[in-house]
Design a protein around this ligand. Structure first.
Ligand SMILES: C[S@@+](CC[C@H](N)C(=O)[O-])C[C@H]1O[C@@H](n2cnc3c(N)ncnc32)[C@H](O)[C@@H]1O
Length: 437
């Protein structure tokens, strides 16, 4: 497709996306389906351009409003500023006037603008992050603007990380072991995974390194009864199933059928036979109640604002509002309480989110512990150490706290909780041996 035509498609996609009534990836997929004539490179440029605009939206809108020297609707000017093709395609896409305008606008000194504009954060979020992260706010805000790398998790049910790294080396695809997760591989580029045998055969799955640490905190053992309470498309379910070496029973609950449906092909590739997807109506569903007191370990990967994943989903910062976060915290509280009833005495629960807001994280766990004296917090650093994960900087006030500026992962939070055994010994994490290998 001619770059100039692509620029105007980007304008139309942005017009749709900036209504924020659907997730950006869903809007983009709809456009890809509507425009089958777009080639692979066209799609890449289109995706990179509109995501660049979503990341820097507040800055671009401010800059483009201050200098409207080329006229036309705001969406065209945003697409011009966000254009992410190479130099020849840029010159082919823009008129000389547009090129000149782009150069002039992007050369403006943004330092004079307020930080929240420079880092393209809505005011409420900038205020919340600044209040919680203090001196780290600036580094965090800037790290959220950078695109995320492509991380993979090696399926230990089928292979070892070294074997996959060897395959990538032979294919000349730059890749390296991730620093924290024992199963993680970080790729430099973004190869089409569907074309790779290692992917088709279930040796690897796409999963951010931070997300890989949550199953490690739950540390399920062979033969146990485990529930992934908010399993979605099963990113963490698959890792848990592999840690259990395909033994025991792993229930994958979720209220969204369509998300569980996406787990099915992944399960097939994974070679796991211990996973039981169950669609529940809500957290108090009869199918949940039937397992009360019978489960060894429960993962609650709670529905959240997703604000820790802005590198991948920059639209979330524009779609989420403070009142949505307030609604989510009620949901999180209810889900945590219901999930906790499943545990046997001595059982472990991990409460996790991909949010960086304290009200969805520590505040939920603190309130739960205050009203549930039969539970106690287990220090996440000791659990991680038992699992062979080094990194004291991963844990803040006893809980896992991952941030893109510190750990080059998405933002994740997780607390490890244990239901006290009747003998009421304090959390004896030392007796909790590392996963059977
Ligand atoms: C953060 S996502 C889970 C992502 C998933 N664990 C993964 O690794 O791919 C949260 C999930 O919670 C589900 N959910 C929302 N309300 C729920 C409820 N009341 N009970 C169980 N799951 C719920 C959503 O459908 C969504 O799939």
């Amino acid at each position: 497709m001619k770059p100039r035509d692509l620029l105007y498609i980007a304008r139309d996609v942005l017009r749709d996306m900036l209504r924020f009534d659907a997730a950006a990836d869903a809007v983009l997929s709809r456009w890809f389906r509507a425009k089958p004539q777009l080639g692979k490179t066209d799609r890449q440029i289109l995706a990179d351009t509109v995501y660049q605009v979503l990341r820097h939206l507040r800055l671009f809108q401010t800059l483009a409003a201050a200098d409207d020297g080329i006229g036309g609707p705001m969406e065209v000017r945003l697409a011009i500023l966000g254009w992410s093709g190479n130099a020849p395609s840029l010159h082919a896409a823009l008129t000389p006037e547009q090129l000149e305008w782009r150069k002039r606008v992007l050369a403006q000194d943004a330092m004079a603008l307020p930080e929240a504009v420079r880092w393209s954060l809505p005011e409420w979020l900038a205020t919340a992050l600044q209040a919680h992260y203090g001196a780290e706010y600036s580094a965090l805000a800037q790290s959220l603007l950078r695109p995320a790398p492509l991380d993979l998790r090696v399926n230990v049910q089928k292979t070892r990380r070294e074997a996959v790294l060897d395959v990538f080396a032979r294919l000349d695809l730059p890749a390296r072991a991730t620093p924290y997760s024992p199963w993680g591989i970080r790729l430099e580029g973004k190869p089409a995974l569907q074309d790779l045998t290692v992917f088709r055969e279930g040796w690897v799955e796409v999963q951010d390194e931070g997300s890989q640490l949550l199953p490690l905190l739950l540390a399920p053992r062979r033969g146990e009864m485990v529930v992934d309470f908010c399993a979605g498309a099963g990113g963490k379910t698959l890792a848990l199933g592999a840690m259990m070496r395909g033994t025991g029973r792993l229930y994958a609950f979720d209220v969204a059928d369509y998300r569980l449906a996406k787990l099915k092909p992944r399960l097939q590739r994974s070679g796991l036979s211990n996973v039981y997807p169950v669609a529940i109506a809500h957290e108090r569903d009869e199918r949940v109640k039937r397992l009360a007191g019978k489960v060894d370990r429960v993962l609650v990967d709670a529905p959240c604002s997703g604000l820790g994943t802005l590198r991948r989903n920059p639209d979330m910062k524009w779609r989420q509002k403070p009142e949505d976060v307030a609604e989510l915290t009620t949901k999180q509280t209810n889900i945590l309480q219901a999930a906790a009833t499943l545990l046997k005495p001595g059982g472990r629960l991990v409460y996790a989110t991909c949010s960086i807001l304290p009200e969805e994280n520590g505040a939920i766990v603190d309130a739960f512990l205050a009203s549930h004296p039969e539970f106690e917090r287990v220090p996440a650093d000791s659990v991680l150490r038992q699992q062979g994960v080094e990194g004291d900087d991963l844990v803040t006030q006893g809980d896992l706290q991952l941030l893109p500026n510190r750990h080059a992962t998405d933002g994740f939070y997780a607390a490890v909780l244990q239901r006290r055994a009747p003998s009421a010994r304090p959390a004896d994490v030392a007796s909790d041996v590392a996963i059977a290998n």
